[in-house]
Write a protein that binds this ligand. Structure first.
Ligand code: SAH
Length: 250
């Protein structure tokens, strides 16, 4: 069984928790010696990401830099599992975020640096933070306003104030900042939403999205070249539903 087949981000779907770590004023200490979670973060990068075959040094650097503890309310923010966030949603396990990010790597000379990226389903803001750390210009859209507010707070504390947060239906994409070199959808859709295909950059834009039934999906990677879209299906995954006009009905 591949690692990917074991990934499940939906197990905690109903366990909404307050993001107390932020409300209680947990601060990020990046200076040497003042970061009690540095060891756990490093272990996560080595054992969960690198050991499973993701080796892009930039990607690994980003996961070493973003303090996941600011985005979740858990005593084990670096565990090998999904975690509950507000509004009955979940933040994916670190490897899933890494795998999707890797699969979306823009096909342009500068890679992530300066790339325009749309993150659909802001959730906690962690995926958006990873993309910002990689140097992308990130627009992130979320249907739940309260999640977007908490994510804004977490992104500020973590040092990514430049991420543009939008509240709305991400199945329609976000035309304002299109076209996108990469689009990452962190929720499951019955089919690939057409507006997202339209908003992909014509030369090598990449979309990563779980597509399938509510119970299980296949991670799908679409790459655009002018009017041609090449689609590849990867392993089975379970995500919370993408609810909207071109996704699941509520
Ligand atoms: N990427 C997030 C986790 C995503 S969980 C993180 O790093 O934490 C999936 C998110 O998609 C949830 O927050 C859910 O509310 C949101 N969502 C579902 N349907 C949506 C839609 N149509 N538009 C925008 N966000 C949506």
């Amino acid at each position: 069984m591949s690692w990917w087949r074991r990934l499940r981000n939906g197990a905690l779907r109903n366990g909404a928790l307050r993001n107390g770590a932020l409300r209680n004023g947990a601060l990020r200490g990046r200076e040497a010696g003042s970061d009690p979670l540095a060891e756990a973060r490093e272990r996560m990068v080595q054992r969960q990401i690198e050991a499973r075959g993701l080796r892009d040094p930039e990607l690994l650097r980003a996961f070493r830099a973003v303090p996941r503890e600011l985005f979740v309310d858990s005593p084990h923010p670096y565990g090998d599992n999904a975690l509950p966030i507000e509004a009955g949603q979940t933040i994916s396990q670190p490897f899933v975020v890494a795998f999707m990010t890797d699969a979306a790597h823009p096909r342009r000379p500068d890679g992530w640096r300066g790339a325009r990226v749309l993150d659909v389903g802001t959730g906690s803001g962690y995926q958006a933070a990873i993309l910002a750390e990689l140097g992308a210009r990130v627009t992130s859209i979320e249907r739940h306003a309260e999640l977007s507010r908490s994510a804004a707070e977490a992104l500020l504390r973590a040092g990514y104030p430049e991420v543009r947060l939008v509240v709305g239906d991400g199945t329609r994409g976000c035309a304002d900042d299109a076209p996108y070199d990469a689009i990452i959808v962190g929720a499951a859709s019955p089919s690939v939403p057409i507006p997202l295909l339209d908003q992909l950059a014509a030369e090598g834009g990449r979309l990563v999205i779980p597509v399938g039934a509510r119970e299980q999906q296949r991670l799908t990677v679409v790459e655009r070249h002018a009017d041609e879209y090449a689609q590849r299906e990867r392993d089975a995954v379970v995500f919370v539903p993408l609810v909207g006009e071109h996704g699941f009905q509520d």
